[in-house]
Design a protein around this ligand. Structure first.
Ligand SMILES: Nc1ncnc2c1ncn2[C@@H]1O[C@H](COP(=O)(O)OP(=O)(O)OP(=O)(O)O)[C@@H](O)[C@H]1O
Ligand SMILES: [Mg+2]
Length: 263
């Protein structure tokens, strides 16, 4: 209990202390993470890079409380997550962390708005009325510049718009931390820039972002780059060149006109 209080005072969103992860696949043990330590403070925007198989997704799964380390400690907002029970972990995943994936993971039979509302249905501490849910979902869609597509189904949206719906869904519970594993991996370079402009605007609102990417063009939107190799951190550098090639507003407007073509 004492250590929890002290850790909270330190105010890191994420603190990893000597985290290792070993996967046991039959006879073979794979060391996916090997003694990884770092901290991420509130409001940071971190790109996680490294070759295929270097451990990026493994690390993201641990950061997102989807998996536990084999050794070491993970403190999320100062709380050692290994001390939490299944329900507390589910609450944290739902309330404190927003997830964005490469393949969007939207439900095809429901509208953009309904997709965004979904995480609100899993709040078991504080139930919301249907009206409150729609209000929050609309606000989240507004943050990604997509209110005019609220009633479209995913197949009526461009890839970039689908990813924006997925980002809105990640935001709907007001998380302080957004984890994105290759969110631009399925998008062309121009759409990737638009999505990165969205992440940048969220970061400017104070949301902490950790994002996996293979592309330097994508990583340059972050303010810090952590590189993994064979499960170990090989570099951890600040980036000062964060200015996107086009202003956020202009990029969002460009996407809206593209969308007309898709429809
Ligand atoms: N469930 C699992 N069981 C066994 N080994 C695994 C499992 N998941 C990942 N691995 C192994 O752990 C290592 C790290 O995998 P991980 O998926 O974290 O890499 P990555 O950096 O995300 O790669 P990519 O860029 O291809 O997505 C790899 O060697 C992989 O084969
Ligand atoms: Mg991966």
């Amino acid at each position: 209990m004492v250590s929890r209080a002290v850790d909270t005072l330190m105010n890191a969103v994420i603190q990893l202390e000597g985290v290792s992860k070993v996967y046991q696949a039959g006879e073979m043990a794979v060391q996916a993470l090997d003694d990884v330590s770092f901290r991420i403070d509130p409001g940071e925007f971190v790109a996680l890079m490294g070759a295929s198989g270097s451990g990026k997704s493994t690390l993201m799964n641990i950061l997102g409380c989807l998996d536990q380390p084999s050794a070491g400690r993970y403190l999320l907002q100062g709380v050692d997550v290994s001390e939490l029970d299944t329900e507390e972990l589910a609450d944290i995943r739902n309330q404190q962390i927003g997830f964005v994936f490469q393949h969007f993971h939207l439900f095809s039979r429901t509208t953009a708005l309904e997709n965004v509302e979904l995480p609100l249905l899993y709040r078991h501490r504080e139930r919301l009325s249907g009206r409150q849910q729609r209000k929050l979902a609309r606000e989240a869609l507004e943050m990604v510049g997509l209110t005019d597509r609220a009633h479209h189904h995913p197949n009526q949206l461009s890839g970039g718009q689908q990813q924006r719906v997925a980002i809105a869904r990640a935001l709907v519970n007001g998380p302080e931390l957004v984890l994105a594993d290759e969110p631009t991996g399925n998008l062309d370079s121009r759409t990737s820039e638009e999505i990165m402009a969205v992440f940048q605007s969220l970061n400017q609102r104070g949301i902490t972002i950790v994002l996996v990417t293979h592309e330097l063009d994508v990583a340059r939107y972050a303010r810090r780059t952590v590189t993994l190799r064979d499960g170990r951190i090989t570099s951890d550098e600040p980036r000062y060149t964060t200015t996107p090639s086009r202003p956020v507003r202009q990029t969002l407007a460009a996407t809206e006109s593209d969308a007309e073509l898709v429809r």
